[in-house]
Write a protein that binds this ligand. Sequence first.
Ligand code: GLN
Length: 535
Amino acid sequence: METKYIFVTGGVVSSLGKGIISSSLARLLLSRGFRVTIQKFDPYINIDPGTLNPYEHGECYVTADGHEADLDLGHYERFTNVHTSRANNVTTGRIYQSVIDKERRGDYLGKTVQIIPHITDEIKRNVKLLGNTGKYDFVITEIGGTVGDIESLPFLESMRQLKWELGSNCICIHLTYVPFIKAAKELKTKPTQHSVKQLQEVGIQPDVLILRTEKDIPVSMRRKVALFCNVSPDAVIQSIDMPSIYEVPMTMHSQHLDEIVLKKTNTPYSGEPDMSQWTKFLDMMNSAEETVNIGLVGKYVELQDAYKSINESLFQAATYNHHKLNLRYIHSEKVNEGNVDELLKDMDGIIIAPGFGQRGIEGKFVALKWCREHDMPTFGICLGMQCMVIEFARNVLGLKDANSTEMNPQTHDNVIDLMEEQKSISNMGGTMRLGAYDCVLREGSKAAQAYGTTHISERHRHRFEFNEEYRTQFEEAGMQCVGENPNTHLVEVVELPDKKWYIGTQYHPEYSSTVLSPNPLFLSFIKAAIDNKKK
Ligand code: GLN
């Protein structure tokens, strides 16, 4: 069949959950046997979000092919189990860079280079890139930002042209917000009408409206919206707040979103999507009674999106272990010798978070020393693993000055040091060790037991590494390097075998954990935390 293009736009306010709606629709279409990919077009000028700090834009997600991506790509993968890539996340910066490169090369010789048609053509080319591979029946494109932003205009204009060129092979789903005014005890649809009008002003008629709401919107009110917005009444559906994002595919299906999309794109279909595995997960989630308490020690704790993939991986692992997750954020800057016992003692397991720079790092060492001495199940991820190594060096090997050269370039004991290939790099964007690399695990190690195999591949995002020169010293004192890259021999996993569960990974296992295939290391960590709680 010809590839169908579905655009998802948002209006009224941001943070409506376009990513969750796109992911839910993709899940339903996949479960009907269609081949689907989701891509995100972001209107900001950064080439990618890799140079943004988490306060700006939440977590930076990393794809298997090493692209630093918007966190929505994490949702796409968690819902669909389909890998995304560099092609699935395009920014205004990337579009302009490519057009300017072409201009310098002389591709437009003799012409004035303009937003229309040059920028819009480049956007259209990128929208169709994955569709043109022939690998997908549906390409869902989420447009970042809110309709009406100056930045979004070239994207909307490209969408308008594509809708015109592709006919019924292209539709637009517009997500808006219907606020409930407490004083008047009323739901208000006016912002939705205005937002649709803004789309219509740039020549786009939405085909489906999804109304985000905290309260049930009466059918009569949805009819009214349909009438004012030129949308068929059956294609105005509501997305009411759910206790879990993983319920959204089912609430969308109960309002026939998948069928509406199939009908509007003239796609033949029959029967129902097979959501049996998905609903099994939901059943486990909803029937869990006991709680596992996990503390996450990190410095971006004020912001719930900063550790998005870790949160979701923990939640998935808790669900598969038939437990509810109680995740407590522990601000690493506030942990000290005086309060560490109070902060950590009620936890069943501790995560030491990834991160960059000196701020908050001393608190991580204090927490780690406490965890090691109290045999608390502990999971160090990336910087968290590096902190495990440094704490062990300082307090077990007696190397008081041990550090990472990221924090102290002059340290005498550089147990964590810049990777050789990083030494000549001066540009900050896209230059870390990124993406999936193979790792071989030591037979019999806890990590190998968790994965059930000695050959794995996980995604990375770092510049510093375990310093090979110290390896024997660590291993003799009990910290084992149980995972390494088979080609470069970089240390990927460390563990303390005599502890219940004390493992650090240089890679980020959270990027590969999905609802239907949770990451084995998270499953094993949560299981250890539950066993620890029982004792
Ligand atoms: N800052 C460390 C490094 O660059 C760890 C990075 C991370 O935690 N993602 O190696």
